[in-house]
Ligand binder design. Structure first.
Ligand code: ZN
Ligand code: ZN
Length: 102
C-alpha cells in the first residue's frame, strides 16, 4: 500500500475510514464491517489515494500530463543554446531571443 494525498499537500499521515462499527442501544461494541477502503489525509482533509491499487491506465494517463520539454533555442548573438521560459533574454549576453527552431 502506498497512500498519497489527492491534494498533493505532502501530508504523510492518513486516517482509515473503512470500518463501520456496530453498536447496540447502550453503545456496546458489537462488531464492525469493512467497507470500501477509504482514507483521508490528516494534513488537509482531502481523500487519499492508494497508489498500490490504482490501475496502471490511470498512472499512464497522469504521466501524459507532464509538461512538454522546455523549448531550447539558439541565441542569435552569442550562439549559445538557451532554454526559454518566461524570460525572453539570453542569460549569457542579454540579447532578446526570438523563437528559432534548432
Ligand atoms: Zn493532504
Ligand atoms: Zn546570447
Amino acid at each position: 500500500m502506498q497512500l498519497i494525498c489527492t491534494n498533493r499537500c505532502g501530508g504523510t499521515i492518513f486516517r482509515a475510514l473503512f470500518a463501520e462499527v456496530d453498536v447496540d442501544a447502550s453503545g456496546e461494541y458489537l462488531g464492525h464491517r469493512v467497507l470500501q477502503p477509504t482514507y483521508i489525509c490528516l494534513n488537509c482533509g482531502s481523500p487519499a489515494l492508494d497508489l498500490g491499487a490504482v490501475p496502471d491506465a490511470i498512472l499512464a494517463e497522469e504521466l501524459e500530463d507532464e509538461p512538454p520539454a522546455p523549448l531550447e533555442i539558439l541565441c542569435p548573438v552569442c550562439e549559445s543554446r538557451v532554454v526559454v521560459g518566461s524570460e525572453r533574454e539570453c542569460p549569457n549576453c542579454g540579447a532578446y531571443l526570438e523563437e528559432i527552431e534548432i
